[in-house]
Design a protein around this ligand. Structure first.
Ligand SMILES: *Cc1c(COP(=O)(O)O)cnc(C)c1O
Length: 471
């Protein structure tokens, strides 16, 4: 399998070459040259496989530069009941007739990002050992991504993590999750400033090419193809649990921010998994809902990006969206560049409303969308608790709200649960007046010793810290 850039760069690369890279050299995103097709016989064989073996089957269609036995071992080591809390790994629960929640949040940090990041940690360790190389991951987080990356990379050989976060702005639980890690290869850096300052620092350090090369700086952000690929697996696993045979369509609703999660659903659908509809659920930051309703993709400025009670979906632009649009415009890199380089660069938006391709977003690719507000979120949390005795987090509530607007009789609707309620306790308390339950392993973590340094919002200070801790 070869990978290409959405923006038309002539190079073709293999999986392990792009594993440790971010953007393609022309600023595009990597995609496989074709989507492997899965027929009904294959689906029948896969239906009864344990999760780690299903993951191996799907991954091996996209990865041909890791020996099969090694890839199999990596999948077996990653997806265990010990790490993800059950043999199913992503158990499906029926809320009511035809509406399901797929649990993706029982990994080490209680959000779905563990599903991909845990695999990435093991792939990185494997590939770095094979190359005899090291990698220093520099990131910025306002919560979920940073903790998922740290729990995936902790103790891994050849990898260090330098994770910046805005000082005092994460929830106490999120801070405790990250700062209580005592592993020597994990460095928490609390920046005096806001999340944007952290992102600016990461950009500034990455743009210093000399520093980047010397200190082997890398990232684990959501545009990484390996993360997306790992997420394809749970669409298959959800499908098998929601159906008894492989001729039944299923729809999925996905709480969305950077379009990584739902893009994995698009890939699964392109491979031939019988997905009828992919519902993109957004909060007040409704860049994506606006596109799927109107055909206009309009990137927001920082001041127009709302701080909401589903904060992991607070985005101003959706960094994986370019992957879907590439397929939408028939994989034409010139057209793609016109939209993402010329139009977005010049006006901050593009308009496909008059383009037949836009009609295809719904008809050919199955996309629908929905949007919710803080009040919707609270109502959905209350309703789900009252009618089904089930506690959901605010992001999953955004999903459930959009799902209910798109139900089709006879077609199971699977809502992806992207976090556990304890991670966003304040909103759950606002809705229900009670603290959500906390898994045993997180009891009392706020009281554990913290391992974190404070630095000013200054890229030079962060560079100096990295240089000092890189021997
Ligand atoms: C990251 C995240 C999202 C958004 O996922 P994308 O892949 O960026 O669309 C939704 N919910 C939670 C809880 C998250 O952590």
């Amino acid at each position: 399998m070869n990978y290409l850039s959405t923006r038309g760069h002539p190079d073709r690369k293999r999986f392990c070459e792009i594993l440790l890279e971010g953007l393609a050299p022309d600023g595009g995103l990597y995609l496989p040259q074709t989507y492997p097709q899965v027929d009904t016989d294959t689906l029948a064989k896969w239906r009864t496989l344990p999760y780690n073996e299903l993951a191996f089957e799907i991954l091996s269609l996209y990865i041909d530069d890791i020996p099969a036995a090694d890839l199999k071992a990596i999948c077996a080591k990653t997806y265990t009941a010990e790490v993800f809390g059950s043999d199913e790994i992503v158990p499906l629960r029926e809320l009511e007739d035809g509406v399901y929640l797929e649990a993706l949040s029982n990994g080490p940090t209680l959000a779905f990002k563990d599903m991909a990041m845990q695999l990435l940690g093991n792939l990185f360790e494997y590939e770095l050992a094979r190359r005899g190389a090291e990698l220093n991951i520099l990131g910025a987080t306002s919560g979920d991504t940073g903790s998922a990356a740290e729990y995936a990379m902790r103790g891994k050989k050849g990898v260090r993590v330098f994770m910046t976060s805005p000082d005092g702005r994460m929830s106490p639980f999120q801070q405790a999750q990250m700062f209580s890690l005592q592993d020597e290869n994990i460095h928490n850096i609390a920046i005096t400033g806001v999340f944007d300052d952290c992102q600016d620092i990461v950009k500034a350090v990455s743009n210093d090419l000399g520093f980047k090369r010397k200190y082997r700086i890398g990232t684990v952000n959501s545009i990484n193809w390996a993360r997306l690929l790992a997420q394809v697996v749970y669409y298959f696993a959800g499908y098998f649990q929601a159906t008894a045979s492989n001729d039944k369509p299923v729809s999925f609703t996905v709480p969305s921010g950077n379009f990584g999660n739902v893009c994995a659903g698009h890939v699964a659908r392109m491979m031939g998994l019988p997905i009828q509809t992919l519902v993109v659920a957004t909060n007040e930051n409704d860049v994506l809902d606006e596109f799927f309703r109107t055909g206009v993709y309009r990137v927001r400025a920082a001041v127009d990006t709302h701080e909401t009670s589903s904060p992991s979906m607070d985005i101003s632009k959706a960094s994986n969206f370019e992957r879907f649009v590439f397929d939408l415009v028939g994989r034409d890199p010139a057209r793609l560049r016109q939209l993402f380089v010329d139009d977005l660069g010049l006006k901050g938006s593009f308009d496909l409303s008059a383009d037949p391709a836009f009609q295809q977003a719904a008809e050919r690719f199955g996309f629908r969308s929905g949007r919710s507000t803080h009040a919707d979120r609270l109502a959905m949390i209350r309703d789900t608790e009252k009618r089904f005795a089930t506690l959901i987090d605010p992001h999953t509530a955004d999903g459930l709200k959009a799902a209910r607007e798109q139900l089709v009789p006879g077609v199971p609707m699977v809502v992806l649960e992207t976090a556990l309620p304890i991670k966003f306790a304040a909103t759950v308390v606002e809705a229900l007046g009670e603290e959500p339950a906390r898994p045993k392993k997180f009891e009392g973590i706020e009281a554990l010793p913290k391992r974190v340094v404070q630095l000013p919002a200054d890229a030079e200070a962060v560079k100096a810290y990295i240089a000092e801790h890189c021997d």
